[in-house]
Design a protein around this ligand. Structure first.
Ligand code: PLP
Length: 387
C-alpha cells in the first residue's frame, strides 16, 4: 500500500487528468473534419444549404424518426419544440430541477410557467408519480430529461401525458443514441430536442442543436419558426425567430455522426471498467435499468462525503465536475419556482452527493485506472481514520 506522502510527491511526476480533452478526438478524425470544412468553404454557401439538409436526413435516420430540423442550439431546440406544440403564456410545463437552466430559459421564452417536480432517487430523472401529482388544468407539456445519458422512465410519463392531452418534449441533449426498450430516445414523445454543444456525445465545433419528431405538422412548424416564420423567402406566415444550424457545423456533424455509435460503445466499455473497479466501495454507482442503453454522457457516482472525495481527487491532479451543484429552484433567479418545503428533497440531496468522473471515448485507460486507484485509496484512508 502506498503511503500518503509518496502519493503526494507522485503528483509532481504525474500529468494532470483532465475532465475531457476534445483535442484527442480531433486528432483521430482530423482528415475527415478538415476535408468537410474545406468542402463547405469551397462551396461558398453557409446557411441552410446542402450540408444542413443532408445532416438533417442522416440524423433523423439515425434516431429512427421521420423528421429532423437543425437549429442553433439545444436551448433553441427546446424553445422551438415548445412553440411548435403551441405552448403559450399562461400554460404550465413540468420538468425536473437537476438540469442546466436550458429548459427554464426555453419555457419562459415561450411565455409559459415552469413547474418543477422531484426526481427518482436512483435514475436521477423525472419521477413519473411526482409529475402526475403536479399536473393542473393549465399543464400543457412535460420535458423529461434523459440525464447523464440514461433514458428517463418514459412509459408511465407517456401514458399519463397521453391521457391528459399533455405534450411530451424529450430533452435528449445528453443522450444521443441511447435506447429505451430498444427504441432510440427522441422518438418516444411527441417531439425532441438535441444539443450539439462541443462536449456532448456528438458535438459541433461551436453551438448547434436539432429538433426531431415523427409528426409532419410539428416538423413543418419548427421549419417555419426557425427562420422568421418564412413560408417562402421574405414572407412571414407566422411569428418565428432566427435559429439556424450553419453549413460548417452541419458538415462537421456529418463526419462525427459516422463515429457516434463507436464512441458510445467505448463510453459504455469505460463505464463498465469504472463500475467493476469501484464495485467494492460504498459509492452509489450509475444504474443501468433493464432494457435500456445508457450512453454515459457522464459517469456519475454518489457519496455523502462528495466534497472530501472531490478535494482528494483534485489534490492528485484529477479534474471532476458536479452535475449540478445547485438545483434550479435554489438558484437566485429561480427561487420563485420553489414549491412546498421538502417536495424536491431527492433532487436537493443528489446535488450534495453526485460527482462526475472523467469519461470520454478517447480517454486513456491508464487515466481511468489512476482515477479508480485514487478513489480506492480515499476509501481506505477514511476507513483507517474512522478506526
Ligand atoms: C447541454 C444541455 C442543454 C442545452 O444545450 P445548448 O446547446 O447548450 O443550448 C439542454 N439540456 C440539457 C440536459 C443539456 O445537457
Amino acid at each position: 500500500m502506498r503511503s500518503i506522502e509518496s502519493t503526494a510527491s507522485d503528483i509532481f511526476k504525474m500529468e494532470a487528468i483532465p475532465f475531457i480533452d476534445l483535442r484527442r478526438q480531433y486528432e483521430l478524425i482530423r482528415l475527415e473534419v478538415d476535408e468537410a470544412v474545406a468542402r463547405v468553404l469551397s462551396k461558398g454557401n453557409f446557411i441552410l444549404g446542402e450540408e444542413v439538409a443532408s445532416f438533417e436526413n442522416e440524423f433523423a435516420e439515425y434516431c429512427g424518426a421521420a423528421h429532423c430540423i437543425g437549429v442553433a442550439s439545444g436551448t433553441d431546440a427546446l424553445l422551438l419544440a415548445l412553440l411548435a406544440c403551441d405552448i403559450r403564456p399562461g400554460d404550465e410545463v413540468v420538468t425536473a430541477p437537476n438540469t442546466p437552466a436550458a429548459a427554464m430559459v426555453a419555457i419562459e421564452q415561450a411565455g409559459a410557467c415552469p413547474v418543477l417536480v422531484d426526481i427518482d432517487a436512483e435514475r436521477h430523472t423525472l419521477d413519473p408519480s411526482a409529475f402526475a401529482r403536479a399536473v393542473s388544468s393549465r399543464t400543457r407539456a412535460v420535458i423529461p430529461v434523459h440525464l447523464y445519458g440514461c433514458p428517463a422512465e418514459m412509459d408511465p410519463i407517456l401514458e399519463y401525458a397521453r391521457g391528459k392531452g399533455i405534450r411530451v418534449v424529450e430533452d435528449c441533449a445528453q443522450a444521443h443514441g441511447a435506447r429505451y426498450h430498444g427504441q432510440r430516445v427522441g422518438t418516444l414523445g411527441d417531439i425532441a430536442a438535441f444539443s450539439f454543444y462541443p462536449t456532448k456525445n456528438i458535438g459541433a465545433y461551436g453551438d448547434g442543436g436539432a429538433v426531431v419528431t415523427d409528426d409532419p405538422e410539428l416538423a413543418e412548424r419548427v421549419r417555419l419558426l426557425r427562420q422568421y416564420g418564412w413560408e417562402e423567402r421574405y414572407i412571414s406566415s407566422i411569428r418565428g425567430i432566427n435559429s439556424r444550424l450553419d453549413e460548417l457545423q452541419a458538415g462537421i456533424l456529418r463526419v462525427k455522426l459516422r463515429h457516434l455509435d463507436e464512441w458510445n460503445r467505448r463510453r459504455r466499455e469505460l463505464a463498465r471498467t469504472y463500475s467493476s473497479l469501484l464495485a467494492d466501495t460504498d459509492l452509489a454507482l450509475p444504474l443501468e435499468p433493464p432494457d435500456m442503453t445508457h450512453v454515459y454522457h457522464q459517469f456519475v457516482i454518489r457519496h455523502p462525503r462528495r466534497r472530501e472525495l472531490q478535494a482528494c481527487l483534485k489534490q492528485r491532479g484529477i479534474s471532476t465536475l458536479v452535475h449540478y451543484p445547485v438545483p434550479i429552484h435554489l438558484q437566485p433567479t429561480y427561487r420563485h419556482l420553489a414549491p412546498a418545503a421538502g417536495s424536491l428533497s431527492r433532487a436537493e440531496q443528489a446535488a450534495q452527493e453526485v460527482l462526475s468522473l472523467p469519461l470520454y471515448p478517447e480517454m486513456p485507460e491508464t487515466d481511468l485506472h489512476r482515477v479508480s486507484d485514487t478513489i480506492l485509496d480515499f476509501f481506505k484512508n477514511i476507513d483507517t481514520s474512522a478506526g
